[in-house]
Design a protein around this ligand. Structure first.
Ligand code: XBP
Ligand code: MG
Length: 255
């Protein structure tokens, strides 16, 4: 029986990457006097590296004007990443990034039905704080029984450390939970922790190969385009009963 939902953040709760993190990285570059600019396509390729600071270090490997010494690169990446996160929080507070349609209804519905909920994300705690405080107010964390962010793990997704830590905090076996992810890395992390996963595809990970998910679809706001197809219901988007049914059926699909 399904006891808990394990929510991913970037791409799943909100489309944060293209118009949030990417724009904030570019602002951080220009405020630091750097001529670097990540356009939409380039950022999509860079997203193969999870973690904003790790992404910066990966991009510096190809930049001719990046510091040569590893310690200097590390220091610059840390500084830019902190600046980027401050810019990101400002955008979110200004209302530039909102939850994807269908997400808030499921979070509310799951709470009403007594399901436990957790956040399992690679992003920094300050980014999560900005996003969820903007949506649910200053006491947003009361809605979640566990919150695991990028700072809480040694290895980020696709490593299963974040999902395993969340299961330990919830004191639940993996099979009683359902991860909701948008990307290959997130889905792979959940599967490696034996957590069943549902994939709600996002802008940058629209064609990611997904292996053995309980359901794959284009977003929680619609009942169209999902595999396995959900049964007819009088709701516009995916309902909590759909998640419960998919979890119970465990009819694994790949794409
Ligand atoms: C997505 C990530 C993060 C964000 C940026 O995490 O990989 O690195 O792109 O956030 P998830 P930071 O899908 O697990 O939420 O700069 O704070 O890393
Ligand atoms: Mg994600």
């Amino acid at each position: 029986m399904l006891s808990a939902l394990l929510w991913d953040v970037d791409g799943t709760l909100a489309e944060t990457e293209r118009d949030g993190h990417r724009v904030a990285f570019n602002t951080a570059f220009s405020e630091s006097g750097l001529s670097w600019h990540w356009d939409v396509a380039r950022y999509g390729r860079l997203l193969r590296v999870t973690g904003g600071k790790e992404r910066l270090l990966a991009a510096m490997a190809d930049a001719t004007d990046a510091p040569v010494l590893p310690a200097e690169r590390e220091a610059l990446a840390r500084e830019l990443h902190q600046l980027k996160n401050r810019c990101y929080a400002r955008y979110v507070e200004d209302g530039a990034i909102r939850l994807r349609p269908g997400v808030a209804a499921l979070i509310e519905g799951a709470a009403e039905r007594g399901l436990r909920q957790a956040i399992v994300t690679t992003t920094s705690r300050s980014n999560l704080q900005a996003l969820l405080a903007n949506e649910f107010g200053p006491h947003w964390a009361e809605r979640f029984d566990a919150v695991v962010c990028g700072e809480d793990v040694l290895a980020k997704k696709p490593d299963p450390e974040g999902h395993r830590l969340t299961l330990a905090k919830l004191r639940l076996p993996a099979l009683k939970t359902l991860a909701i992810e948008d990307s290959w890395a997130g889905a792979a992390a959940a599967r490696a922790a034996d957590v069943p996963v549902l994939v709600t595809r996002s802008f940058y990970f629209d064609n990611d190969p997904i292996d053995a998910a309980v359901a794959i679809g284009p977003g929680l706001h619609t009942r169209d385009g999902w595999r396995p197809a959900p049964p007819p219901r009088h709701t516009v988007g995916i309902a909590l009963d759909d998640l419960i049914d998919w979890h119970q059926r465990m009819e694994l699909v790949s794409a």
